[in-house]
Ligand binder design. Structure first.
Ligand code: FMN
Ligand code: PMP
Length: 214
């Protein structure tokens, strides 16, 4: 069909060296995340790929929006009965991936996942625009639906129903916190000799920092 052999870029914008990195990977994440957020060429710095392993042993990846990060972990919101929800309930694990092409950087995070407390999910749910709240109520995420009109009709009905009242958060919609145990920071370099620094959690306390070959 099409040969892409000559499609390649030289990465040369920055470097990642031990003397300049943070000892804690969340602080390192914050440095890189703030830089990405402030970059006018990156429209959704908080968009990340989330991979989960499904029952056939194959990982499946989709984008979600990171909504909060703390020293404890990374929080995103979704439908607990979705495909990702089901695989998280089975494995309690996921891999989060950020790629910011303009910075020539990627971050790969392996984590244990838990649902966040219901009151926190309530708080976030009600902070969303009403249309998005209704969207979450209307959509049986990842289920087969008969057609597009099915959602549009349900939305119209609910718009009337909740015109003057608060929309309750669906029980199956809420947040997950991904508590990291391994975080790799990757900075593109010339000659494909990229910088890779990996933090691995030891004893639930300390992070071991190593350099990996590109
Ligand atoms: C940039 C971007 C951000 C997204 N953010 C979310 C999100 O925060 N939560 C969510 O449930 N789906 C989000 N989606 C939709 C998901 O990619 C996905 O289609 C949906 O969650 C169903 O995934 P699943 O069937 O694998 O569970 C986003 C899609 C894109 C492209
Ligand atoms: C289905 C779905 N759920 C949730 C989100 C998260 O975004 P927000 O909570 O800001 O609406 C998105 C963002 N694209 C989405 O597509």
């Amino acid at each position: 069909m099409e040969n892409l052999h000559d499609k390649r870029k030289v990465y040369e914008k920055s470097q990642l060296i031990e003397s300049e990195i943070k000892q804690n990977p969340i602080e390192q994440f914050r440095d890189w995340f703030l830089e990405a957020s402030e970059n006018p060429n990156i429209s959704e710095a908080n968009a990340m790929a989330v991979s989960t392993v499904e029952e056939d042993g194959c990982p499946r990846t989709r984008m979600v929006l990171l909504k909060e990060y703390t020293f404890e972990g990374f929080i995103f919101y979704t439908n607990y009965d979705s495909r990702k929800g089901k695989s998280i309930e089975n494995t309690h694990k996921a891999c989060l991936h950020f790629f910011w092409p303009n910075l020539e950087r990627q971050i790969i995070i392996k984590a244990n996942l838990e649902r966040i407390a219901e009151n926190l999910s309530d708080g976030y749910f009600h902070s969303r625009p009403k249309g998005s709240q209704l969207g979450a109520v209307v959509s049986p995420q990842s289920q087969e639906i008969p057609n597009k009109e099915y959602l549009e009709q349900k939305l119209k009905q609910l718009e009337k129903e909740y015109e003057n009242s608060e929309i309750p958060r669906p029980e199956n919609w809420g947040g997950y916190i991904a508590k990291p145990y391994e975080i790799e920071f990757w900075q593109g370099r010339p000659n494909r000799l990229h910088d890779r620094i990996i933090y691995q959690l030891i004893d639930d306390l300390d992070w071991k920092i190593s350099r990996l070959a590109p």
